[in-house]
Design a binder for this molecule. Structure first.
Ligand code: GCO
Ligand code: MG
Length: 431
């Protein structure tokens, strides 16, 4: 008699026991872990269940208003959810989403994201599987990433990009400093500020036309000095006027960009059509989106090539999965927002989405310093320009709360807020 292979693995048996009439875990406590291990405020929600040793973590990081997310969780979602079983993730998500009546705002979406991702973590720990297995398994082994090359002047950026390429990165975002101005994503330029650009008042200021010309020069230099192979990306950070954005994307076409990110602000998304009518430069947009009415038209109209939402700003893993599937139907790829103001739990959710989504595009990479890794044990691993997902159950991350307590939010003039930048004449820029 042939010894038949056991029908189920031990993990599958465990998962079945967990669901076959066994009592589902119930939410016993919901707490918020806050820390600032690398200059940026991070927020993570922890759900503890009534089953010993069963808990989960979810990223709820909205660094500019971090102090508002904690009460949103503690005062509103915790009373709503205590005692609920943890198995019905979508039902809990919809309950939280509708419980504030007014919805789709960044604070509440982040609070819901913390709950949502923690429930996925719990379900994975219960099943003895990483979350990517619960979402259908891998389409690819690891997530191809891009690094942040920057510098005060052109050659500094070329050197910074060369370092990333030497580490095996195939894709590099390039940002250059602006002399005397508040550029995005790089140190200030060192050359003197042209007289004509002197601002009327002191404080950080910026000139869109100057930046546009300087950045196009940067792209020309990077393409000529770094060669044709490397994929170049650039983040406009919604600082140009709509027409300048159309001009910029059109001019950038000759440099064969991987994508130009955030050429427009969310208030001007109707101009994406004009960019499409003028050039074939690939476009990425989305980190500032919170509302389905922002990403739906761009995806359905095929007006962007990469959807780049900040996952916790949309409400977590569950909605992001739906965005990825919607985008796949329209040929739009994913490029989840992955800056320093996403916690390692959120980065693991990003990499999980990267691996299970057929229409993965690229993953933004941010380095985890030693302090961060001491708090978040099991951060996604970076190797040769790829991010690798944890094979441990759930997100595969354990948080040392004692270590987290040693890195509290640091008081700052803006409480972690985003600084105001103005034009020469003092007009505030939406950036
Ligand atoms: C990016 C983003 C970030 C944001 C930051 C705001 O592309 O990574 O533009 O750098 O500016 O996340 O808090
Ligand atoms: Mg950006």
């Amino acid at each position: 008699m042939l010894a038949l292979a056991p029908r189920f693995t031990e993990a599958e048996e465990k998962a079945q026991r967990a669901t076959r009439g066994m009592p589902q875990p119930r939410i016993k406590d919901i707490s918020v872990i806050e820390c600032q291990p690398d200059g940026v405020r991070l927020t993570v929600v922890k759900i503890t269940t009534d089953q010993d040793g069963l808990y989960g973590y979810g990223c709820a990081t909205f660094t500019q208003r971090a102090d508002l997310v904690k009460p949103a969780v503690e005062k509103y979602l915790k009373p709503l959810l205590l005692g609920r079983t943890t198995d019905r993730i979508e039902d809990i998500w919809q309950s939280c989403y509708n419980s504030s009546y007014w919805r789709n705002g960044p604070v509440l979406n982040n609070a819901i994201s913390g709950i949502d991702q923690a429930l996925w973590d719990i379900k994975g720990r219960q099943a003895g599987m990483p979350v990517y297995q619960l979402a259908g398994g891998k389409c690819r082994e690891a997530a191809d990433c891009y690094g942040h090359a920057s510098g005060a002047d052109f050659q500094d950026v070329v050197e910074s990009a060369t370092k990333y390429m030497a580490q095996g990165f195939r894709n590099v975002r390039v940002q250059v400093g602006l002399p005397g101005m508040a550029g995005y994503g790089s140190a200030h330029g060192t050359s003197a500020l042209p007289k004509a650009y002197q601002p009327l008042e002191s404080g950080p200021f910026y000139d869109p036309a100057y930046d546009m010309r300087r950045t196009l020069k940067l792209l020309e230099i990077c393409r000529s000095q770094l060669g044709d192979e490397v994929q170049l990306l650039h983040d406009v950070h919604e600082r140009l006027t709509p027409n300048e954005a159309v001009q910029f994307c059109k001019e950038a076409e000759q440099y064969r960009m991987f994508f130009i990110e955030d050429p427009l602000s969310p208030e001007n998304i109707d101009y994406f059509r004009q960019i499409r009518q003028n050039c074939a430069t690939p476009i990425a947009m989305g980190e500032l989106f919170n509302n389905p009415h922002e990403w739906q038209p761009l995806i359905e109209g095929r007006l962007i090539d990469y959807i780049r939402v900040h996952v916790s700003q949309t409400g977590g893993f569950s909605p992001a999965r739906k965005i990825a599937i919607l985008a796949e139907q329209f040929g739009v790829k994913t490029a989840w927002h992955g800056p320093g103001d996403v916690s390692p739990v959120g980065h693991m959710a990003n990499v999980t989405l990267d691996l299970v989504s057929y229409n993965f595009g690229i993953q933004e990479y941010s380095h985890f310093n030693e302090r961060t890794q001491a708090i978040f044990q099991g951060c996604p691993e970076m190797r040769d320009g790829y991010l690798w997902v944890s094979e441990k159950p759930g997100w595969g991350i354990e948080i040392d709360e004692k270590e987290a307590a040693k890195a509290p939010f640091v008081a700052s003039p803006l409480n972690g807020g985003w600084g105001v930048i103005r034009l020469r004449d003092g007009t505030v820029i939406n950036q």
